[in-house]
Structures are given as C-alpha cells and as structure tokens.
Ligand binder design. Structure first.
Ligand code: PRT
Ligand code: ZN
Length: 283
C-alpha cells in the first residue's frame, strides 16, 4: 500500500484530489479522516498541514507527498521532485510600501524584512551580499510594514491583489513555485511500481488536455491538403463514404491554433466538421 501525504485543507487540497480523480483513483472525500484508502487503487491518503508534508515524506511516514515547492525548499529535507503538477503556481517576492523609492537590492541593507520563509530569504540575501534583519512571522505577513514590525516583506504572491490592497509593491521575484509530487527515494519495489502507474496516468491526462479529436467529410481530392493542415500523431484515418469522390477523415490534433485549422479545412471543402475532447491519450 502506497501512502501519499496531501494537504488536508487549503489551496492545494482540491486540486490534489481532482488530480487523483482525473487519473481514475477514487477518493472518498466525504468520510475524510486523518487517513483514507482509495477503494479502487492500493493507495492511502494521509491528510496533513502543508508545512508538515516535507517532514513526513522525509522520515518515511508517507512514501510520496503533494506540496508546494516553496515548502520543500524552505524545510530543506532531502527530497526528490518526482514531477511538477501544474497547479498552485505562485512566487515568493520582496515587497515594500508603494510610497518608498526603490533603487535596487542594496536598499535592503540594514532593513527589517518580515517573512514566513526565513530559510529561502536568508539564502537569497547571502547570495546577494545583503545584510538585512529577518523577522519571522507565521501569518498575515502583509500587514507587517503598516504595523511597524518590518520595513518590507518577503511573501507568497499569486495575483498580487493582497499586496495592492495593503499598499505594497512587489520589487523582486525571488522564488517560483507550484505543487510538486515529492519522494524521499526509498520506496519498496511494490510502491515503485505503483508510482510508475500513477506517473503513466498523470502523463496521459496531461497529453490529452492539449489534444482534440476531429472528424469531417472531405472531397477525396482535398485529402493531401488536409493532412498538411492537420499533422496527426502518425497519419490521419481516411475512410471512403458512400457518396462518390468523398471520404471521412479522423485525426487527433493539437488544441493550439484549432480555429485557424478549422477555417483552413472549410476553405478546402471540408463539411460536417466535428471536434471532440480527448479523455485519455496514450502516446
Ligand atoms: O493549513 P495549512 O498549513 O495546510 O495551509 P497554509 O495556510 O499554510 O497554506 P495555503 O493553503 O494558503 O497554501 C498552500 C500552498 O499553496 C502554498 O504553500 C503555495 O505553494 C501555494 N499557493 C499558491 C499560495 C498562493 N498561491 C497564495 N496566493 N499560498 C498562499 N497564497 C497567499 C498569498 O500569500 C496571499 O496572502 O494568498 C494570498 C492571496 O494572494 P494574491 O497574490 O493572489 O493576492
Ligand atoms: Zn501551512
């Protein structure tokens, strides 16, 4: 049984659960306890605060974890990022009151910076030879300058609206993060095989998101041109129609630039074009 630690509530919880559902692993969220087992896959979910996830993976309590790269970096345990997951995107930035002139990094010399990420901040300051004081606070970092606790902050930003509503300006983007799947690299052979299966499914889901299935009726004389417009994975499927001189063409295509492709296909005589979402795609 492979155990995976995920955030119990908060920003990464829903997307983590949605990821498993998307790859066919059911999660019984209604009966959520500390631990819950998937009914259709040998996996067990351990619900935790995100701050604790790097530690429980590092000490082997869970084989895998889903957590922000920011927490992985901050906690400093020896963990491997197995794959990035494409959600929970954010950055950790330096910000200061918008009325203050900012000449560049040297401004921070002798200043007090409030943060919940002291390790990432200290590393950045030392790499840039800045001598500033780090004030560790665990919540509502954005109010620190107005409260007189610090001159600036080092905090997570996504849309930036929290900074704006607190009269702050982002001046340095220091660390870029997203949710990642981590492991301490000590999985049993059995758990390794389960991880392989999970990664295979995640990759299939990822590929299918960027693809569309397209079918249309086409004059036989236009097939060559259609193949040029729609480079398929191998080559499109072409089937004769009962009507003389016509065929049906099926293909899987990149979703990017779809409207241009549709216009080009119409221009060469395609009719009854049907575009469908791809649920799973195994390349
Ligand atoms: O209870 P627990 O400890 O598990 O949760 P938590 O409160 O520590 O973390 P949570 O749920 O807020 O965030 C979990 C993870 O989501 C973080 O570690 C990041 O990896 C990621 N993430 C992505 C974010 C944001 N975006 C984000 N915007 N974490 C926090 N924020 C904060 C930000 O600091 C700001 O105060 O959300 C606020 C809104 O941001 P703006 O820029 O959109 O206004
Ligand atoms: Zn937390």
């Amino acid at each position: 049984m492979l155990r995976i630690a995920i955030q119990s509530k908060g920003r990464l919880n829903e997307d983590s659960l949605a990821l498993f559902r998307e790859i066919g692993i059911d999660v019984d969220d209604s009966k959520r306890r500390f631990l819950s087992q998937a009914p259709n896959f040998p996996i067990e979910f351990l619900y935790m605060r995100d701050d604790d996830i790097p530690q429980v993976v590092a000490n082997g309590t869970a084989g895998l974890g889903i957590v922000g790269l920011n927490e992985v970096e901050e906690k400093g345990f020896d963990l491997t990022v197995v794959t990035k997951l494409g959600f929970g995107g954010c950055r950790i930035s330096l910000a200061l009151p918008k009325t203050v002139d900012y000449p560049g990094l040297s401004w921070f010399n002798g200043k007090r910076i409030a943060t919940s990420y002291p390790n990432i901040l200290r590393k950045f300051l030392s790499e840039n030879a800045i001598d500033a004081e780090v004030e560790v606070i665990t919540g509502s970092v954005e109010i620190a300058p107005a409260a007189g606790i610090a001159d600036a902050i080092f905090d997570i930003v996504s849309s930036g609206s929290t900074l704006v509503s607190n009269g702050l300006r982002e001046v340095e983007k220091v660390f870029f993060s997203e949710a990642v799947l981590v492991s301490a690299g000590r999985l049993s052979e059995e758990d390794k095989a389960l991880l392989e299966e999970i990664l295979f499914r995640i990759e299939s889901a990822r590929v299918s998101k960027d693809k569309k299935y397209i079918l249309m009726n086409l004059p036989e004389s236009a097939v060559e041109e259609a193949v040029r417009i729609l480079p398929a994975m191998r080559s499109p499927t072409v089937m004769p129609l009962a009507a003389e001189g016509w065929c049906s063409l099926h293909s899987v295509v990149d979703a990017a630039g779809l409207w241009e492709k549709l216009r080009a296909l119409k221009a060469i005589g395609a009719e009854g074009i049907l575009v469908l979402n791809v649920d799973k795609l195994i390349p």
